[in-house]
Design a protein. Structure first.
Length: 118
DNA sequence: GCAATGACGCTCT
DNA sequence: CAGAGCGCCATTG
């Protein structure tokens, strides 16, 4: 189709594709950090870009991407106390992810990180 | 092409 | 532990 600006869907085929793929690779019940996703997507250091991609995803929300499994470096919910942040927490809890002082217990639930399950 | 923005990360104070 | 500063990369106006 002529002169069509790249929509979210189009961008999903581009740079975001690798990001979404990486996020989809996160096993259920585990979480990964933005930096980790960026690394897996082949863009080390592009943690912020991952945030952009997920943000765009939130507007559509029609993708099967477990965005809730992506958290901050130390397991913090970057969305904060907002409605989205609480939703993320709820979704993670539903998968068995445990929290401690508002942060995910990365030692146990961080993807590819540690340790036997409790 | 530059300046500003952003669901980040790391280091220093 | 909290706050501020700098660096990182991609998108947008």
């Amino acid at each position: 189709m002529p002169s069509k600006r790249p929509t979210i869907d189009e961008q999903c085929e581009g740079t975001y594709a690798a990001i979404y793929r990486a996020v989809r690779s996160i096993p259920r019940g585990r979480v990964a950090t933005y930096g980790q996703v960026a690394l897996l997507a082949g863009m080390p250091g592009a943690a912020r870009t991952v945030g952009w991609a997920l943000r765009a995803l939130a507007e559509k929300s029609h993708r099967r991407v477990p965005w809730h499994r992506v958290v901050g470096a130390r397991g913090v919910i970057s969305l904060g106390d907002g409605p989205s942040g609480q939703l993320q927490r709820a979704l993670l809890r539903a998968e068995g992810v445990r929290f401690r002082d508002g942060r995910v217990v990365m030692d146990s639930f961080g993807w590819r990180r540690a340790a036997p399950m409790p």
